[in-house]
Ligand binder design. Structure first.
Ligand code: HEC
Ligand code: HEC
Length: 347
């Protein structure tokens, strides 16, 4: 290995370990390594750490939140470690062949909450501990973290709720606390959750989305959207996007604003991040419309949105408090719906 290659590798490692600069000395150390790297004239080991000047912007207040590296969980904190493991490899423990229980569809939480829920706009968990318990309009009640976790089990993983007294739920909670404990109560760090894309003037178009899918997605998720299982069959190498093993009709991603915002910042996996999107906004909306037009498991949603006027613009199922059709609520254009809502609230 050349000196430069070695430096690049160690820089990449340090950047990952210390990317948030949890303490002064780690900041100083990163600064030192970056300075050394830029003297060597090389580019940084991974994105964002290219020169000393760019490195400064990693730590300024406006930069998005990045979760701690999992290797920073204390060795003795076995509960939080197990929690992280459950987020990454949910299916090995709780999927169809799960070693603890078979209560979910084979997907992992991490399939949608990237890198254990630590990536800017990768549907991260930064705002979980700081904002829950909170009132949510979908259920019309105050929800705790375990309730919200079980929402994803029952919808995104098309499964059953995890017993709130189980070691698994306690572990997921411990991990969430480890991740978000230093975020002030009530604060939502920049980059939390999913990106909001500006609305298009037109409806999202499933036919145009199919072309995007075939060009940019099917190589991993499969022409039939069924994904690909790992060699041992316990989880997915490429998770399914529709069909019986995918998320159900009550899941967040079944709303196209969620799907479009997620893929804009995160897909194709490994190529895209919030700084390097690989899809135009129109491509993201259209591919969302295509994928969410395909068959998937149905959930009984009769208990959702007790106050129908609180349904999000893109909630794809009526009844609605406005005169727009189910089709327009599902695919847009959303501008007119938003305008009508604003006018109504002014009256
Ligand atoms: C198919 C994709 C998908 C999978 C798999 C998934 N989730 Fe989610 N999750 C979502 C979406 C979408 C949201 C809503 C994000 C938004 O609207 O900003 C969400 C939200 C959440 C939230 C609330 C975040 C917040 O800041 O309010 C928690 C907690 C959560 N998920 C936990 C889990 C856990 C634990 C698992 C695994 C058991 C899981 N999720 C699996 C898609 C998924
Ligand atoms: C290079 C392979 C690859 C390509 C190309 C790719 N993805 Fe993914 N996708 C993945 C992987 C891997 C995951 C799961 C990430 C993880 O578990 O860490 C994923 C997860 C997802 C998820 C959330 C999980 C689920 O199954 O619902 C969605 C939605 C998604 N991809 C949509 C897309 C779309 C749309 C495109 C095309 C624009 C695309 N992907 C292109 C590899 C890919």
């Amino acid at each position: 290995m050349t000196t430069l290659a070695f430096m690049k590798n160690s820089l990449g490692f340090l950047h990952r370990v210390f990317r948030q600069g949890r303490s002064q000395w780690s900041l100083a150390l990163v600064g030192f390594v970056l300075a050394a790297a830029s003297c060597g004239g090389g580019e940084g080991g991974d994105g964002g750490a290219k020169t000393a000047a760019v490195s400064d912007s990693i730590y300024v207040e406006e930069s998005p939140w990045r979760g701690w590296n999992k290797y920073q969980i204390k060795l003795e904190d076995t509960l939080a470690r197990y929690g992280r493991e459950l987020i990454e490899h949910t299916s090995r423990y709780l999927g169809p062949k799960g070693t603890v229980a078979a209560i979910s569809n084979g997907m992992n939480c991490q399939n949608c909450h990237l890198d254990g829920g630590t990536i800017p706009w990768g549907n991260n968990y930064s705002a979980v501990v700081s904002t829950y318990p909170k009132f949510r309009d979908r259920s019309g009640s105050v929800e705790t973290i375990p309730k919200r976790v079980n929402d994803c089990f029952e919808r995104s993983l098309n499964g059953k709720a995890l017993d709130t007294a189980s070691r698994e739920m306690k572990a997921i909670l411990a991990y969430m606390h480890w991740l978000g404990d230093d975020i002030p109560k009530g604060k939502k760090p920049k980059g939390s959750g999913i990106m909001e894309l500006p609305f298009m003037d037109r409806a999202a178009d499933p036919a145009a989305g199919k072309a995007v899918y075939m060009a940019k997605c099917q190589v991993c998720h499969g022409p039939d959207g069924q994904g690909q299982k790992s060699a041992d069959g316990y989880e997915y190498t490429y998770p399914p996007l529709w069909g019986e093993h995918s998320y159900n009709s009550g899941a967040g991603l079944f709303r196209i604003t969620r799907f479009a915002g997620y893929v804009k910042a995160s897909m194709p996996f490994g190529l895209a991040d919030h700084k390097n999107p690989q899809l135009s906004d129109a491509e993201a909306w259209d591919v969302a419309a295509f994928v969410n037009s395909q068959p998937r498991p149905k959930k009984d949603l009769s208990g959702d949105w007790p106050d129908i006027s609180k349904k999000p613009l893109d909630h794809p199922f009526g009844p609605y408090a406005d005169g727009f059709t189910e089709n327009q609520h599902k695919y847009g254009p959303f501008g007119p719906i938003e305008k009508a809502r604003k006018e109504k609230s002014r009256k």
